[in-house]
Each structure stands twice: as C-alpha cells, then as structure tokens.
Design a protein. Structure first.
Lengths: 656, 289
C-alpha cells in the first residue's frame, strides 16, 4: 500500500491507519443545502402539485356538478306554519336569520326558532332551498325552508316531477288520468254530460286564469261560462300512470307533427312567398336601372318582366294563403285530438295558497315521473332520458330548460370552419417566412408582429371582425348579390361565417408559429437530397418538407381548435346569439346558410348563468353545458391527436 | 520523373514548396500528371474560385474528371473538397452568402453560365450525401422520386426503373418484398445504398459522392465500395473521401487538396506510390493533415 493513497479511491481495502489519514487529509466542506439541490425537488414538485390540484379541482367540480344535475332527486313535502311546500331540495346551507325574519309566525313558532338559534354555536340555522316549481300558480320557482319551522316532512308516494313545454317545472301528486271532451262552441253541455256519463267519475273542466282545473258536476252553476268541457277520470293511480305511458308517445308524436307543420311547412310557404317578393323587387330594381339608362327597349322588357313577377307573386300568395288555411286546419285537428288526453294533479298548495287540482294537457308534458316510487333502474332511465333531451333538443324556457343541440351544432360547425380557414393560410404564411423569405430585419419584424398578434385581447378581434367582415365585406356582398333584400342585411351582420373567420384570424399566430417550427425541424439534408434529384423549390416543399412537417402543423391545428372553441368574447359581436331560430343547415335551398346567426356553447354558458331570469334553475345548466363544451373540445383534440400519430408513423419513422 | 528541388528555406522547406507558398498566402500551381492532362473529361473545372462571405474557400481550381472513371478528392478536413463537389451540381447556390468565380463545363455545357437552368443541370447528375437522407416515404417512392418530379406516373415505367436502380445499387434482393415500407426503417448501410439507387434512377451523366461511407460500419463500407466498383465504367464518379485506403482501393484518379488549393492530381497508382510533390507524399504517409 502506497504512503500517499489516491484520494479519489475510497480506502476500502486499506488498513485502518491509511483510512484515518485519508479522512484527515480530505476535510470536506459542508455541502450547501442548495448545492445538493434537494430543496429544489420540493419546490418544483410542489409547484407541479399546486397546478395539478387546481386543474383537477376545476375539472372534478365541472364533472361532478355536470354529471349529477340530471340525477332525479326525491320529492319532499313539508308542512310549515307558513303552509305546505312540495319540491326537490337543490341546496342546503346555514345562515343567521334576521331578527324580524319570523315575525309573521305565531309566537310559539317564533320561540321555537329562537331556541334553535340559541342552541347553535354561531347563531345559525340550517335552511334548504326547495325547487317548488308551479310558477303559474305561485309566481315563484324556489322557496327557502328553514329547518326549525318544519312541522312534518314526508315523501308522498305519487308525487310527480313534471317537465312542461312552458311555465317551468310542475310538482304535484297524481290524481287521475283524464279523458276530456271539449265543448264545441255553442254546444250543449247537458247532451255532452249525458253522452259521457256511465263509466268512471265525470267532472266539469273549468278554465281559470291559472290554467285548467276540474269541478264536480254539482258546481255547474257556480262556474257558468268558464266550463269548457267534461272529463272522465281514471282515478285508480296505477291505471292512470299506465294510461299516461300508453298515450304519451302517441300524443307527443302528434305534437311533433304539429310543430313540423308550424315550423317547416309554414316556413316553406313563407320562403316561397319571400322568394316571389324578391323576384318582384329585383324586377323593380332592373326597371329603375333601365329607366335611368333611358333605354326604351330595356324599359319595355323590364316592365313586362315586372308584370310577370307581380303576377307570379300574386299567384304564390294566393296559393300560400290556401296552404296556410289547410295547415291551420290540420293543426286544429291535432289540437283537438291531443286535448282529449290530460292529467290531473293535486298541488301541495304553496304557503298561503290552498291545494289545487290542476289539469295539464298531455302534449304539454315533456316528461313526468313519480320521483319517490322509481327505483335505481327507473332513476337511471330518467337520467339517460334527460341527457338525451339535453343533447338533442332545442332550448326551452329562455334556455334554462330543454336541450343545447343548436349550441353544440353551432360550436362544432364554427370550430370546423375556423380550422378549415386558418390552417391553409397559416401554413402558407409560415412556408413563405421559413422557405422563401430571405432572413433579415423585415422577416424578424413580421415574426415578432405575428407573435404579438397572439397577445391582442380577443374582444379586439371581435371588433375588427364586426367592422371588417360584417360591415365592409358583408355589406359589399349584400349590395352585389342580395340587393333585392335590402334594407334587411344578409351577410352584412354577424353570422357563422364571419365568426369563424374572426376566430381564424385570432388563431392564425398559433398555426404560423407551430408550422414555422415544424418546417424548421425538417433536416436540411432532406431538402438538399431533393434539390440534388433536380426538384424545384416548390416540389421540395410539397413532397418532402410538408409531409415531414405535417405532424407539427397538426399540433398547431390542435392548439388553434382548443383556443378557438373556447373563445366567447369576440363571438358576441360577430354572430353568436342567445337563441337562434334556425340552424345554419336546413332543408331550405341552398341548404347551407353560413350567414345565419348561431348559438355557441361558451356564449350559452354566459347567457344561462348570468342573463337568465330564473338563475337558480339555470345554474345546473351552466355546469352541464360546461361539461359538454369541455367534452367537445377534448373530442376534437383527441381526433386530431389520433390523426397526428398516424401521420407521424407514416412520415417521420424511427430516425430523425 | 524528376522531383522539383529548390534551395531550402528557414523552416526546412524549399521556397516553391506548395505548403510554404500557401502559408505565405499564395496559390501554388497544381501539379497535374500528364496522364490526366488530355483526358476525355465529363466535367471540366476551370479556375474555379469560391467564397463563403469574405472567406475564400476555393482558389483557382482546374481539374478534369475523366469519363467512366472514379475520381477521388482527398485532403484534410476543411480543405474544400466537399465544397468543390457541391459546386459541381450548384448545391452551394442554396447558401445565401456563397459567391463564385470561374466556370465548370459538364460535357461542354457551362454550369455557371447566365442562362443555365439549375434544375435541368441537377437532373443530369446524381448525388449521394455523407449522411444517408432517404425521404419520408416508401422505398419505392424514394427510388422513383426524380421521375415523379418530372411528372412520370406510368406504373410500368416506374416499376422498371425502380427494379433496375435497386439492382444497380445491389439492394434489390434485400427490399424487393417490402418496397412499400417506409424507407426510414432500413439499416444505415441499406439507406445509403437506397440513396445511391435514387441517384442513379434518372440515369445521370455523372455521380457525385460526398463521403458516402463515413457514417457506415466496415461491412457496409465494403458493400458500398463494391458497388462503386460495379458502377465504374457505366457512370463517371466523383467521390470525396476522408479515408486514404478507400481512395486507393476504389478510385482510378486521385486529387489532393489542401486549404482550398488543388495540390496534385494524377492516377491513383501514381499519387499513392510515386507522388510528384513532397507535400502529397507527406499527407499520404500521414506526416501531416
């Protein structure tokens, strides 16, 4: 063993003396904690954890709220000194009641509340927000129920949750299924009663300003001219519920037919009349033009064309009116048939209001279920049905009920048009910057400008889109091609196309930057190989550079889609609306109408959440809509990621 | 054959020794063996000069590449042999700061003349690069690339060219069953032979090879050298190599370059066994470079 052991070799085989001297000769400085780097592990890892917690927290909130909204809750009936209430519990919290909050109650109840406040540690009492519905009767959608004033609480077996076309939710206990015969105007009530009497309980149908109700035959004199018909009741509840199921599909199918007549057939006639009117207007414009030119031949021709157009217009109008009458007849027929099937409910009576029998037309009911009777399977059925309606139906009740199909359609259509518009332009611009332009201050300035474009607030793009696309391009298109429709704008207003273009502009920098990087990453050796084969610049770009850069370009497209699909602010200016009467694609020539306003999920979230009359009822819709929007963006992204991985396999290979 | 001898200078070399002249910033006359002075040349390089920005990379290069033979360019790193090779098919044009003077002629046609169509010129030459660069497409499409860009789409023609070129590059038997596979899945040596097949697909008038074996293992190198031997006669080949053994094994003629000057050019046998200049002998025997 050498006298001067190599300090870099630990003295494993050395004698103890040598080991001691080695230790003595190498006094080690205490390594600083930061030099060892361990705290940075905690710092970096901690930062990551915080980011993850926030993202996961947001997603799970949306997921939980979005997915649980449609799960049916039990219907609870409470008796309070303020009267009975029935509905679903939507929210629970604790609060400190104002001193005079219960002054309307009898003194023993006031004492009870005071006791409860006394007992709790913070002077708080629990209260529950109950969705009581029946807006037409109570002028109220929700009621707060404080725990100390609850006298009795029960879950009535036949409490029904009814979703209606209008007037919001309805809660009531099923009383009977009613076969109604309406009184023809000027008809004889006695004859009707005589005709219908025999089987089942017979009641008078009475119209009030809070909807239809029934009354015993004995009260005939009392109601007089409010009596609109008679109803034969099926009061056995099991049978009534079975009848509801038997007739509901049929009635709804007829109702759908009626809606089709109202919307589609009537719309078609209107469209035909509008076309005829436009032809007349075009002929008028042509005549004006001819008169201005003082060309006698042309004036004569234009006059005869105008006369023809007017004659055609008159004919179309006459035909249309005939058709309208026919459609009206069909609609009346459907209404008559549908009005025969109604359902009788007993409301709990909200607070001071007495319980009331309410007769609801079957075709007004979107869906109904006895919330306290159905088991897990039944609840699951209701849940799935509600999701189905949410995804495929149109909104009702100022967007707070019904579906979001038009918004889904608008979002997807807008995103796809945007992607189709932005990718070619972005790729071509990036190719010029990378492949053709000579590097220099101008190119650098352009590149900086493009990058800065990504930082411009999106509302500015909206203002630009409105000013340029709608008011310059759109108005010019209107003047050139849709002169007859003026002063009604066709393209000279916000619409799907202009919104897509505005977002394309917004996402252009993303695509340009991603494409530039992808193109720069193509090895130069490949370009040289192509040039050496005698390829021109464009052939090299088209056959070598672009395929190799395609995965990177698609990455840019993914980023653009993610950015564009979630953008709301500019859309408010260039075409997204609260409620679009028609989809941008329908059965009316030319079938695709990119100039139409559209609904968008992001804007829908804003509208439902913050512009709704019935915001408490609309709140769950915010979460479900958010959930759908996130799902759509994720789906679009996954589709493009799948496409990218396929392309990568095809073009990039194992080696770089 | 007599050595040129001159009085020695302070550092032990004669004053007209090429290396001594280069160190003084002069350009010595190239020593071109008589066997190559009146050769049947495919490419004639005529006092060619080239600058990268302000740095001159090639000084008055004059060199004739004889038809049907393999001509090797040797010299230490940075001596300009790759630059010279890439000047023949004007690939240096792609570098914005490059500037040239002088001219070359391919079979009598000017290469740097004002009316030359560069794309047509490049189609007359095939090139193989130091690092194999198959395109991101199938083996088949790689081989027929130069025909595709000429707009040739007849399947029968492409099939025939593909097979002929792959056979010519001694790759046919290895890939004939997977012509539609991605070219990037081949091994390094196969990729380089694929690039050779691509280069000969359009039946060029000459082949330029820029250190085609430098990234390959010895077995693959031998295959490429055998391939070069097979291509001799059918193609005129100009090859840049770092490897002296390769130059002596594979080439008919050898040109020795140093710091942008052509020092000596002659038949390979003469250059390696009986060089005219001491600088050449010193480089070949490994005394410098």
């Amino acid at each position: 063993m050498s006298q001067t052991p190599d300090p870099s070799v630990p003295a494993s085989g050395a004698s103890s003396d040598d080991a001691a001297s080695w230790k003595k000769r190498r006094p080690r400085a205490r390594t600083s904690l930061f030099a060892a780097g361990e705290p940075m592990v905690w710092l970096t890892g901690g930062a990551l954890i915080i980011c993850l917690v926030m993202v996961v927290g947001l997603l799970s909130l949306v997921l939980y709220q979005g997915l649980s909204t449609f799960w049916p809750q039990p219907v609870i009936k409470v008796e309070t000194p303020r009267g009975p209430f029935m509905g679903e519990i939507t929210r629970i919290n604790e609060y400190v009641p104002r001193a005079d909050a219960f002054s309307d109650l009898p003194t023993e109840w006031q004492a009870k509340v005071a006791d409860a406040v006394e007992m709790s540690s913070y002077g708080e009492i629990r209260r529950r927000l109950m969705r009581t519905g029946n807006f037409r009767l109570t002028q109220n959608h929700f009621s707060w129920i404080e725990d100390p004033i609850v006298e009795r609480e029960e879950r009535p077996a036949w409490a029904m949750v009814v979703e209606r076309m209008e007037w919001g939710r309805f809660y009531g206990e099923l009383e009977a299924f009613a076969y109604v015969v309406m009184l023809e105007s000027g008809g004889d009530l006695d004859a009707l009663i005589a005709e219908q009497s025999g089987s089942g309980a017979l009641r008078l149908v009475v119209e009030t300003n809070q909807g239809m109700t029934v009354a015993p035959l004995a009260e005939r004199a009392q109601h007089g001219s409010d009596i609109v018909g008679v109803a034969r009741l099926e009061t056995d509840l099991e049978t009534a519920w079975a009848d509801y199921h038997d007739y509901h599909d049929e009635v709804r199918a007829r109702w759908e037919k009626r809606r089709h007549l109202e919307k589609h057939d009537t719309g078609e006639i209107n469209h035909r009349q509008e076309q005829a009117r436009l032809t007349v207007r075009k002929a008028e414009i042509a005549l004006d033009g001819a008169r201005a030119d003082r060309n006698e031949d042309a004036i004569a021709r234009a006059e005869s064309a105008l006369a023809d157009a007017q004659a055609a217009f008159e004919q179309v109008r006459a035909e249309g009116n005939e058709a309208f009458t026919e459609i009206r007849g069909q609609i009346d027929q459907i209404n008559r048939e549908n009005s025969r099937y109604q359902v009788l409910f007993l409301t709990a009576g909200e607070g001071a209001l007495p319980p009331r029998l309410a007769l609801l037309r079957l075709d007004e009911i979107v869906s109904a279920y006895p919330a306290n009777r159905i088991g897990f399977g039944g609840k699951l059925g209701v849940y799935i049905e509600r999701w189905g309606e949410f995804l495929t139906a149109e909104p009702r009740e100022a967007n707070s009920e019904g579906g979001i199909y038009p918004a889904i359609f608008g979002t997807v259509a807008m995103t796809l048009i945007m992607a189709i518009a932005v990718v070619p332009f972005g790729v071509l611009a990036a190719l010029y910057l990378r492949e053709y332009a000579k590097a220099g201050p101008v190119v650098s300035a352009v590149r900086i400008a493009v990058n800065n474009l990504a930082g411009v607030p999106s509302i500015v793009f909206g203002v630009f889109g409105l000013g340029f696309f709608c008011y310059v391009v759109g108005v010019s298109i209107d003047e050139l091609f849709f002169e007859a429709r003026l002063p009604n704008p066709t393209y000279g207003k916000g619409g799907l196309l202009w919104a897509s273009f505005t977002l394309a502009l917004l996402t252009l920098p993303v695509v340009i930057v991603a494409t530039e990087e992808a193109v720069a990453a193509v090895p130069n050796s490949m370009r040289e190989g192509s040039y050496a084969c005698g390829a021109s610049k464009w052939q090299t770009i088209h056959r070598i550079v672009l395929p190799r850069a395609l995965p990177g370009i698609i990455t840019g497209m993914i980023l653009a889609i993610a950015r564009g699909a979630g953008e709301v602010a500019p859309l408010m200016l260039v075409g997204a609306v609260k409620l679009a009467p028609e989809l941008p694609i329908d059965g009316v020539f030319p079938y695709i109408h990119p100039e139409r306003s559209f609904m968008h999920l992001g804007f829908h979230i804003y509208d439902v959440g913050f512009q709704s009359q019935n915001s408490e009822a609309a709140k769950p819709m915010v979460f479900t809509t958010t959930f759908v929007l996130i799902t759509i963006v994720a789906t679009l992204n996954l589709a493009t990621i799948w496409l990218r991985s396929r392309l990568r396999k095809r073009f990039a290979g194992g080696q770089f | 054959m007599s050595r040129v001898t001159a009085p020695p200078t302070t550092n032990g070399r004669p004053a007209d020794d090429p290396l001594e002249m280069i160190s003084r910033g002069e350009t010595p006359p190239s020593e071109i063996h008589s066997a190559l002075q009146n050769a049947d040349a495919v490419v004639e390089i005529d006092t060619f000069r080239l600058w990268y920005g302000d740095n001159q990379a090639l000084y008055d290069i004059s060199l004739d590449v004889p038809r049907g033979e393999v001509t090797a360019l040797i010299g230490p790193s940075g001596c300009g042999k790759s630059t010279l090779l890439r000047s023949v098919n004007r690939l240096n044009d792609l570098i914005p700061i490059v500037r040239m003077e002088g001219d070359m002629r391919l079979k009598g046609d000017s290469v740097y003349g004002p009316s030359v169509d560069v794309i047509e010129l490049r189609k007359r030459m095939g090139m193989v690069f130091q690092k194999s660069n198959p395109f991101p497409m199938s083996i088949y499409e790689n081989v027929v690339y130069s025909l595709r860009i000429d707009g040739e789409n007849r399947k029968s023609v492409l099939d025939e060219v593909c097979e002929r070129s792959l056979r010519g590059a001694a790759l046919w038997d290895e890939v004939k069953d997977r012509l539609n596979d991605l070219a990037l899945g081949l091994s390094g040596g196969q990729q380089q032979r694929l690039c050779i097949a691509r280069a000969i697909a359009a039946e060029p008038e000459m082949l330029l090879m820029d250190e085609p074996c430098s990234a390959l293992d010895p077995i693959a190198t031998i295959k490429i050298e055998e391939l070069i031997d097979q291509l001799r006669g059918a193609y005129t080949i100009l090859i840049v190599t770092h490897n002296m053994q390769q130059a002596s094994r594979a080439s008919d003629n050898t040109a020795f370059m140093y710091l942008g000057r052509l020092i000596e050019y002659g038949p390979t046998a003469d250059i390696f066994t009986n060089p005219h200049l001491r600088a050449t002998e010193d480089y070949i025997t490994g005394r410098f470079g």
